[in-house]
Design a binder for this molecule. Structure first.
Ligand code: IVH
Length: 666
């Protein structure tokens, strides 16, 4: 092969790999293979520079550092968006839209990526200029840095001239990596991924940006002289087709109420995304409607940004409360002046442990920054030391348990302080609360408050006492009427039938979470067999490690534990596993035994979770995406891309009737 041909082919292969990796997020080859091919291409190009392609994947970091940024005037101004802060303001936006158009609007909803707005110009398919928004009229030329972003195509799939707009950002992982490295070098940290992205793109030397693993989603078109669109959605499909990365969470919705649901869903789910978002952008989808609505001086009337409630707020720390958990760990909790954060009022925040209090230098009376992300418990992230008045007081962890006064210990390798007195009332109370909780025995009407009262009145000292409770005793409690007492007693009675795993989890054996409890119950089937199991038998069970096995053996070796279990059994609490029988995959005569199955589309005769349960019962494993490891795809009505992929990979496909037949139903 001629050197030219070799370079041509290598360039094309690498461009395709890079597109799958950066734009589609679906790498075709392992990273090492990509790097190896890239190095080889670099060597070839160095030896034959005349054959090097302009848009070679080796050439993203081109040229020398700049002396200064060049100003760029935008042909089409880069506007900003109006804001909506709650559902009512979204409904107001919807009313304004409806007043301005003739039909009913369809909305395109997109994540509002928290990065910086960037415009990209292409001429005959080649990337020629990338700029920041600046003041909306004039920005700065940052082409050299944007070229280092793998998801920005240097050449489009068609030789078109156009300008696209989007958000350049730093993924959470890159941000963490960057700040960790900065901390190690003793440098100042970036406050958030947006600042880090902006800081990286405002560098004169492109090597810095290249090192920081930025990314970019395209969310619209600035101008496209060669092509018209009927809808925003169609425009996004087009840019995607040209090779740009668009955000996959975008949705077209028919009513403002659906838009509100979408916004609320993302308030909850934003923490799961690999990048930061600060709201939802709602756009009128039809271009004709957009033209009807037009612009104000600053922003389009056809779009608005729903802004998430602030996740970080400042308040005053009034005192630090100590609590003793089920396992004896003593945790300090900050008691705050109530503040609203991420849509809820917060009065307590976690301080984790003494080391963190020292590290953050928290004092009583300090102004503190509170953060609440997703469903995580709010925590104190930092102290505003500049705002101190001098009246703040140091906090010291106690040396003795705040509940039972026994001396606290710090176990080796742990940061937490623990009370190791097994009779500590706080631990017993927390253990009782755990026993009745949802994933454990799940006793309706027996929450933290009632348990605390029962414990205080000395009606319940251990979990067996719960099953000895009498009606008259319950009636002694505050706010406990006859009806509630009867309901509570029947709820308690009903849980005697619970399957073994609920009891096992409820006992609170160290390291045994609800999933491990289920595995153990399924495997050993009775409490007796589990009590007799040794470490070897336990570790032979899938997913049970030696640490957990040791803890289980130690637990059951205690005389008090054996007595407790005997008492529970004599009170009528079930000690066996009631769930589906565990069968070795190979023992089951079914097409699903030992197979990996994916479900797609909808079926008439059963729901997806019923289908999943049946497959699992027959020894199959149900996963969510079609890969080479998938053995069978069950495809109902309206099966989409999963079916196409399964067909491409030559995977066995069952339609609904073949599936029910395989289940032995028909
Ligand atoms: S559309 C006319 N869509 O939010 C402006 N903007 O003020 C049209 N942003 O900094 C903007 N994600 O860069 C749009 N999916 C998205 C966006 C988005 C983030 C940014 C934008 C600008 C700000 C809007």
């Amino acid at each position: 092969m001629s050197k030219k041909k070799e370079i041509d082919e290598r360039t094309h292969v690498l461009q395709d790999y890079a597109y799958h990796y950066y734009v589609l997020d679906q790498p075709k080859v392992p990273d090492e293979e990509y790097d190896r091919l890239l190095r080889e291409l670099e060597e070839l190009e160095a030896a034959h520079p005349e054959h090097r392609h302009e848009d070679s994947p080796t050439g993203r970091i081109g040229g020398e550092p700049l002396d200064q940024f060049r100003k760029v005037r935008h042909d089409v101004p880069m506007m900003s968006l109006s804001n909506a802060f709650d559902a009512e303001e979204l409904r107001d936006f919807d009313r304004r839209v409806r007043d301005g158009i003739s039909g009913t609007p369809v909305y395109s909803c997109e994540l509002k990526i928290d990065g910086l707005a960037v415009t990209l110009k292409y001429e005959k398919g080649s990337f020629i200029l990338g700029a920041t928004r600046g003041d909306g009229q004039t920005g700065e030329d940052i082409t050299h840095n944007l070229r280092t972003i793998g998801s920005i195509p240097l050449k489009l799939k068609e030789p078109v001239t156009l300008e696209v707009r989007g958000e350049a950002f730093m993924p959470k992982k890159s941000f963490e990596r960057l700040n960790k490295a900065k901390a190690q070098r003793g440098e100042a940290l970036f406050a958030n991924p947006r600042n880090a992205a902006a800081g990286s793109l405002r560098q004169l030397d492109p090597k810095i940006a290249a090192d920081r693993h930025l990314d970019m989603f395209i969310y619209g078109i600035g101008s496209s002289p060669d092509k018209d669109f009927d809808s925003h959605h169609e425009a996004l499909e087009y840019v995607k087709h040209l090779g740009f990365k668009t955000n996959r969470e975008a949705a077209r919705l028919d009513s403002i109420e659906e838009v509100i649901d979408y916004c609320e869903k993302w308030v909850e789910k934003r923490a799961d995304l690999p990048y930061e978002i600060d709201g939802i952008v709602v756009k009128v989808d039809s271009i004709e409607d957009q033209q009807q609505l037009g612009f104000t001086a600053k922003s389009p009337r056809w779009a608005t940004a729903y802004k998430f409630p602030a996740e970080e707020v400042v308040t005053t720390l009034r005192t630090i409360e100590l609590s003793v958990g089920r396992t004896g760990v003593v945790t300090p909790t900050a008691i705050l002046d109530p503040v609203s954060v991420a849509g809820t009022t917060v009065q307590r925040a976690s301080l984790h442990n003494e080391d963190l209090i020292r590290e953050q230098d928290v004092k009583i009376g300090d102004r503190v920054v509170i953060k609440k992300a997703g469903d995580i418990i709010p925590k104190v992230v930092r102290v505003l030391a500049d705002e101190r008045t001098g009246d703040e007081e140091d906090f010291h962890m106690p040396t003795h348990c705040p509940e039972c006064e026994s001396e606290l210990v710090r176990l080796e390798g742990e940061v937490a302080l623990r009370c190791v007195n097994p009779k500590c009332p706080a631990q017993i109370r927390e253990g009782l609360i755990h026993f009745v909780s949802r994933n454990a025995m799940n006793i309706d009407g027996l929450g933290e408050k009632v348990i605390s009262q029962l414990f205080r009145h000395e009606l319940v000292a251990d979990v067996a006492d719960i099953y000895r409770l009498q009606r008259e005793q319950l009636l002694e409690l505050e706010r406990m009427g006859e009806k509630s007492a009867d309901n509570l007693l029947s709820a308690i009675e009903a849980t005697k039938e619970n399957s073994l795993e609920k009891l096992l989890f409820g006992l609170g054996i160290r390291f045994v979470g609800s999933k491990a409890a289920a595995t153990l119950a399924m495997h050993f089937e009775t409490m007796e067999r589990l009590q007799q199991a040794d470490v070897e038998e336990l570790t032979a069970v899938d997913e049970i490690g030696s640490k957990m096995a040791d803890a289980i053996v130690t637990y059951f070796a205690q005389e008090e534990v054996q007595e407790l279990i005997a008492e529970l059994a004599s009170l009528g609490v079930n000690m066996t596993y009631n769930g589906p029988k565990l069968q070795e995959a190979s023992d089951i005569d079914s097409v699903f035994a030992g197979k990996t199955v994916v479900l797609t589309g909808s079926m008439d005769t059963m729901t997806r979770s019923e289908a999943k349960a049946e497959i699992e019962q027959l020894g199959g494993k149900v996963t969510s995406s079609v890969t080479k490891k998938t053995d069978i795809l069950v495809a109902g009505e309206k099966a989409g891309s999963k079916l196409t992929k399964a067909e491409e990979l030559g995977i066995q496909v069952l339609d609904e009737s073949a599936f029910t037949e395989a289940l032995g139903r028909s």
